[in-house]
Design a protein around this ligand. Structure first.
Ligand SMILES: [Zn+2]
Length: 138
């Protein structure tokens, strides 16, 4: 690929109407998925939160797809704040958020979308900081 994300084609596919359309489709599909699996749905702000799902039905502690957050029971307020940032990322990029998220890497500590959403709120432990006294360099 060599092209940067920001060229005219990218701006077109992430143009707000298209991106929001993609996010809406993803939201509906995920809500349907959560309902089929018998989850309990509630709304927190603009986020549809579906709890009580089997653990194989989503990734990690929970997964936000469009404006729908799927989880078993990981729904503390700080987690929902984190997931609400993902909701806005979906709104910004639409379905392109899927390949962009995976391209940003499986390690949450270096994935820019997870960093933007907040690693601690998302339940990712912060990276070990430098030992007391700073780096070991002379
Ligand atoms: Zn996250």
């Amino acid at each position: 690929m060599g092209r940067t994300l920001g060229g005219p084609a990218f701006r077109l596919v992430t143009a707000p109407p298209l991106a929001r359309g993609g996010a809406r489709i993803a939201t509906k599909a995920a809500r349907l998925w959560g309902r089929i699996l018998g989850g309990d749905e509630r709304t927190e702000g603009e986020l549809h939160v579906i709890t009580g799902l089997p653990k194989w039905a989503f990734g990690r502690g929970g997964t936000t797809v469009g404006a729908t957050y799927l989880t078993h029971a990981s729904d503390a307020p700080s987690v929902l704040e984190h997931e609400d940032v993902h909701r806005r990322q979906w709104e910004r990029y639409g379905l392109w958020f899927i390949p962009m998220y995976f391209a940003a890497g499986q390690d949450a500590h270096t994935n820019r979308f997870e960093i933007e959403a907040g690693l601690e709120k998302g339940g990712y432990k912060p990276r070990r900081s430098l030992p007391p006294g700073g780096a070991a360099s002379p």
